[in-house]
Design a protein around this ligand. Structure first.
Ligand SMILES: [Zn+2]
Length: 314
């Protein structure tokens, strides 16, 4: 292959990196370093987005694209904030306003109803809604995977009714508390007809992404948005495991991947990174690992491409 042809073949990989959803939690709240973003870092990230012509769009715009079968622009970025902490209202919101960046605030309803110290009031949520959208982050912020179908439905019904009463409309977007879910939890939530359902599996999104299972990457700690924006989607069909394994052990990791992926790095929480070969898009890796964490993440990575799966112990 000539140099020029080779370059042309490689271009798409480097020029386009798919769209990205990000999640923040707290702003300038050093009591909780793992969920905190300093406004100094936030400003640097916003300036990076602006300088590099990223388009910060709302979830409504993203939903419209999926609904109408439009393509997903690689320069699109969606910014979300979970838990409706006061520190967003006080420290984060002014910067979103300054940059005129839309956002979706996912409300933990019980915390606002109960006037929990760290959380926004309905008045503050309403004020914030002038500049962004308001989504639903459950009523009681429970661990959904260990709940019955009825209990999941009850939590959602209760929280949605309160949000409708306080805000005058039903929220259209759902973000899983702790990012924890499985197929059954998802099915329960789908009965509420949300436009978009969002997880917390770090990755990117494209036209083929599932609007009811959109990956979202956390932006906390130091500014590394540049690296995170390079992530591309890797369409993955998980074969084994798909959910928390019955004996808590993964013997073989199996998945179907794009045919051009020949080698993969995989990560299982508590065990670090390993690599495996992929034959004709089929990954079959002998693992033999007892899962150590009640919330285990599996990552697959090939170059910039990435997919992930969350396994939650019921
Ligand atoms: Zn949360």
């Amino acid at each position: 292959m000539t140099r020029k042809l080779l370059l042309l073949t490689l271009l798409p990989l480097y020029l386009w990196a798919d769209a990205h959803l990000f999640v923040f939690h707290r702003f300038d709240d050093t009591r909780h370093p793992t969920t905190n973003t300093s406004t100094q870092t936030l400003r640097a990230e916003f300036e990076y987005l602006k300088k590099n012509n990223y388009k910060v769009i709302s979830l409504e715009r993203l939903y419209k694209a999926y609904k109408n079968g439009e393509s997903i622009d690689d320069k699109w970025v969606v910014l979300t904030i979970d838990d409706s902490f006061k520190s967003f209202y006080k420290n984060g919101l002014p910067l979103f306003k300054e940059f005129n960046y839309p956002f979706t605030l996912f409300v933990y309803v019980q915390a606002t109803v109960g006037n929990y110290g760290d959380y926004m009031s309905w008045e503050q949520i309403k004020e914030a809604s002038k500049y962004g959208e308001i989504g639903f982050h459950s009523y009681a912020h429970p661990h959904l995977v260990s709940m019955s179908d009825e209990a999941i439905a009850k939590d959602s019904k209760k929280g949605m009714a309160i949000m409708e009463e306080k805000l005058g409309y039903k929220p259209k977007y759902y973000a899983y508390p702790y990012g924890e879910y499985n197929g059954r939890v998802r099915q329960q939530l789908e009965t509420f007809n949300f436009d978009l359902i969002i997880n917390q599996n770090a990755g990117a999104i494209d036209k083929a992404s599932d609007p009811h299972d959109l990956d979202r990457t956390a932006l906390t700690g130091a500014n590394n948005i540049k690296v995170k924006l390079r992530t591309k989607t890797m369409p993955t069909t998980w074969i084994n495991p798909k959910d928390w394994p019955k004996n808590g052990k993964i013997t073989t990791l199996k998945a179907t991947l794009p045919k051009e992926v020949k080698r993969i790095e995989y990560y299982i929480s508590g065990y670090g990174w390993k690599s495996a070969t992929v034959n004709e898009g089929k990954l079959t890796a002998k693992v033999d690992k007892k899962l150590k964490m009640h919330r285990t993440r599996i990552f697959l990575k090939s170059g910039n491409r990435q997919s992930s799966l969350m396994l939650v112990k019921p």
